[in-house]
Write a protein that binds this ligand. Structure first.
Ligand code: AMP
Length: 597
C-alpha cells in the first residue's frame, strides 16, 4: 500500500475501534438517520404515519421477507419513483445469486450503499495488511474474478451482482493492473471458460509476484484448481511459445492476455515440472511460492470445501474476510489467521441497523455441536427453528452462545428484513458482538414431519465422509434433495468424489459407501430417526456422481444468471433442471442398509 493508503488503513482501523466501542450510540444514530430520511416513503407511512420515533418503529414496522417488499421493488424496477420505498435515489439493483436457498432477488442499490462497500473493502485490506504485511508493496493478488450478466429493468435501471458493479468502478480499474494479476478484459469476458483460462494464464505468467491466491468463495478457488488440472499442459505450451490458444476467441480477452505474453520456455518448464507430479497436494504453494494466504470464504455452506482446499493449499492459511450479502454489509473477520472452523465476524455498527430474532433454546445445542463440527460430538437434540413468537433484540443485547436470525434495516429501503441467515454469538470485540455463521435458513430437507437443516446435513456429511479417508478419497461436492417420487420418500445425497493420489473412483468400496449412508442416518436428528424406524421415511441414498458434475451444476446456475464470483452450490436442490444434471451423471447408488439407532 502506498504510504497514504497505509495511513488511511490505520485510520480506518482506529475508526472501527471507535465504532465497535460506541456500538449502541452508533446503532441508534444509524436507525435515527434512516427513519428521518425515509419516514415519509409510501412504505413506512403505512406503519409510522410520518413519525420517526425509534420505539414506534419497533412496535409498528413488521418483520418482512423479500416476498413482502418485492411488490415495491418491482414497482421501482418498472419505472415508478423510488421514493415509494426509500428517499435516496436508486442508482441500480444488486442481483443476489439466489443459489444458496431461494430465487435471485433484486435489491435496491444507492450511492451510499456503494460507498459502504468500498469502506468495507478498505477495512478488510487494512486488517490483511496488519497480519500479512503490506501486500501492495510485496506483489500482486491473484484473485479470480468473474462478472455476472447485467440486465436492464423496464425503468432503465441496471441490475447486476455486487461484485460486477465493484469491478465496474473506475477506482477499481485504476488499481487493478498494479495490484492484481488479472487484466480487466479477462474479468469482463462473458464466457467463463475463456475468462478462467486467461486469468490462470496471467497468474502463471506472473507467478513469482503472486502474494495472495483466491476468489470470493472456496468453491470458485477449487473450480480454478480443477481447471488447472485439465489445462496445465495447454497453458504451459502457450507460455512456452508466447502464443495463446486458438479457442480464446473473445478478442478483448485475447488481446489483453497476449499483451503480457512472451515466449518463456523456462517458466513453462518449471510449471510443467510441478504440475506433472502425481499428487497435487500443496499445488497452490508450489505454483505460487510467494503466496502468503488463500483468500476464500470457507464458512457456512463453503465449509464442505475446507479439506480439499487445505490439501491443495499445502499449509497456506485459508482466510475468510467478510460476511456480507447483496442486502447489507454485516461484519469482517479481525482474526484472519484463525482456522475455518473458528472464524467469527465482528459486526460493523455503522453499516446498517441490525436486529436479531432469537432461535428457540434447543437450537443452540445443535449449533454448538456444529461449531465443533470436525470433532465427534453426538449430542442428540431436536431442532425447532420456529422463532415466530419471539421478539428481536438489538445488536448490543445478544447473548454469547445463542443463535439468532439476522434482520437488517438499511438506508436502501429494507426495513426489518429477514436476510435468511442464522448466526451464533461467539464473543465481543469492544462492545460489538462477533458471530459465527451457522447456516442459511429454510434450506431444509423434509419427507414427513422431519426437518433437516443445512447445518444438520453438513454435520452428517462431514462426519460420514471421514470413512473415505483410508481409501484416499476426497469429497469434492455434495448436495441433496428429498425424493418423494415413491412412497415413502427418502433423502438423496449426491456426492462427487476424487482420489487424492489420482486413484480411480471406480475403486469405490460398496461396503464403505453403505457405511457412509448408515453413518449419515445415525447423525440425523431424532424426528428423522423415529420416522425412519416407523417406515414413514425410506432408506437414505447416496448417489455418487461423475467427476465434473458440480462444475456442470455451477455452469447451469451461471447460465441462469448467477455470477460465478457469487455462486454458492445449493445444499438442497429444488430445481428440476438442476436435478436432471445431477441424475444424468450418477455412477453409483448406495442405500443405507439398516435402521439408524
Ligand atoms: P448474495 O446476496 O448472493 O451475495 O449472497 C449472500 C449470502 O451469502 C448471505 O446471506 C449468506 O448466506 C452467504 N454468505 C455471505 N458471506 C458469507 C460468509 N462469510 N460465510 C458464510 N456465508 C456467507
Amino acid at each position: 500500500m502506498p504510504r497514504s493508503g497505509y495511513e488511511a488503513g490505520l485510520k480506518m482501523i482506529m475508526m472501527m475501534e471507535e465504532q465497535t466501542t460506541n456500538t449502541e450510540k452508533i446503532q441508534e444514530q444509524v436507525l435515527g438517520e434512516i427513519l428521518r430520511r425515509n419516514a415519509r416513503t409510501e412504505y413506512l407511512r403505512r406503519f409510522l404515519h410520518g413519525q420517526t420515533d425509534l420505539k414506534l418503529f419497533k412496535k409498528n414496522v413488521p418483520i418482512v421477507t423479500y416476498e413482502d417488499i418485492k411488490p415495491y421493488i418491482d414497482r421501482i424496477a418498472n419505472g415508478e419513483p423510488s421514493d415509494i420505498l426509500l428517499d435516496e435515489p436508486v442508482v441500480q439493483f444488486y442481483r443476489s445469486s439466489g443459489t444458496s436457498g431461494g430465487q435471485p432477488k433484486l435489491i435496491p442499490a444507492t450511492a451510499e450503499l456503494a460507498n459502504k462497500w468500498s469502506i468495507s473493502f478498505t477495512l478488510v485490506r487494512s486488517v490483511m495488511t496488519k497480519h500479512f504485511g503490506d501486500l501492495d508493496q510485496a506483489g500482486k493478488r491473484m484473485e479470480l474474478m468473474f462478472t455476472g450478466p447485467e440486465i436492464e429493468t423496464p425503468s432503465g435501471l441496471k441490475a447486476t451482482s455486487v461484485s460486477t458493479s465493484r469491478f465496474k468502478e473506475s477506482g477499481f480499474r485504476t488499481i487493478l493492473s498494479k495490484l492484481y494479476t488479472s487484466p480487466i478484459e479477462t474479468i469482463f469476458c462473458s464466457d467463463t471458460k475463456q475468462s478462467m483460462y486467461c486469468q490462470l494464464l496471467a497468474g502463471l505468467i506472473q507467478r513469482e509476484e503472486v502474494v495472495m491466491f483466491g476468489s470470493v468463495f472456496a468453491s470458485t478457488v477449487l473450480r480454478a484448481i480443477k481447471f488447472l488440472e485439465d489445462y496445465w499442459q495447454e497453458l504451459c505450451s502457450n507460455i512456452k511459445t508466447g502464443q495463446i490458444s486458438d479457442w480464446i476467441i473473445d478478442s478483448e480477452c485475447r488481446n489483453a492476455a497476449s499483451l503480457i505474453m512472451n515466449p518463456n520456455p523456462e517458466l513453462a518448464h518449471s510449471i510443467e515440472k510441478i504440475c506433472s507430479c502425481k499428487s497435487w497436494e500443496g499445488i497452490i504453494r508450489k505454483v505460487w511460492p510467494k503466496a502468503k494466504y488463500i483468500s476464500a470464504l470457507t464458512t457456512g455452506v463453503m465449509r464442505q470445501y475446507t479439506t480439499e482446499l487445505e490439501f491443495y493449499g499445502g499449509g497456506l492459511p485459508l482466510v475468510s474476510c467478510i460476511y456480507a450479502s447483496s442486502e447489507a454489509i454485516c461484519g469482517i473477520n479481525l482474526e484472519p489467521l484463525s482456522k475455518p472452523s473458528d472464524v467469527f465476524y465482528t459486526f460493523l455498527p455503522n453499516m446498517a441497523y441490525f436486529e436479531f430474532l432469537p432461535m428457540k433454546k434447543d437450537y443452540v445445542t445443535i449449533s454448538q455441536d456444529q461449531a465443533q463440527f470436525d470433532g465427534v460430538s453426538h449430542h442428540e437434540s431436536e431442532m425447532k427453528t420456529n422463532n415466530e413468537d419471539t421478539e428481536p433484540v438489538d445488536l448490543v443485547n445478544v447473548k454469547p452462545g445463542q443463535c439468532y436470525e439476522l434482520l437488517v434495516t438499511t438506508s436502501a429501503g429494507l426495513y426489518r428484513y429477514r436476510v435468511g441467515d442464522i448466526l451464533m454469538v461467539s464473543g465481543f470485540h469492544n462492545n460489538t458482538p462477533q458471530f459465527q455463521f451457522v447456516e442459511r435458513q429454510n434450506v431444509i430437507l423434509s419427507i414427513y414431519v422431519d426437518k433437516t437443516s443445512e447445518a444438520d446435513l453438513l454435520k452428517a456429511v462431514t462426519e460420514a465422509k471421514t470413512l473415505l479417508d483410508p481409501l484416499g478419497f476426497i469429497l469434492t461436492g455434495f448436495t441433496s434433495y428429498a425424493d418423494t417420487s415413491s412412497t415413502p420418500g427418502h433423502y438423496v445425497l449426491f456426492w462427487e468424489l476424487k482420489g487424492k493420489e489420482g486413484n480411480n473412483i471406480k475403486e469405490l468400496d460398496p461396503k464403505i459407501m453403505l457405511e457412509c449412508c448408515s453413518k449419515m442416518e445415525e447423525l440425523l436428528n431424532y424426528t428423522y430417526k423415529i420416522h425412519r424406524k416407523e417406515n414413514a421415511i425410506a432408506a437414505l441414498e447416496i448417489r455418487v456422481v461423475k467427476q465434473g458434475t458440480f462444475v456442470a451444476l455451477m455452469d447451469y446456475y451461471v447460465s441462469k444468471g448467477a455470477s460465478l464470483s457469487q455462486y454458492k452450490a445449493p445444499s438442497c436442490i429444488k430445481s428440476k433442471e438442476a436435478l436432471k444434471i445431477l441424475d444424468s451423471r450418477v455412477i453409483g447408488k448406495f442405500f443405507s442398509p439398516k435402521i439408524p439407532m
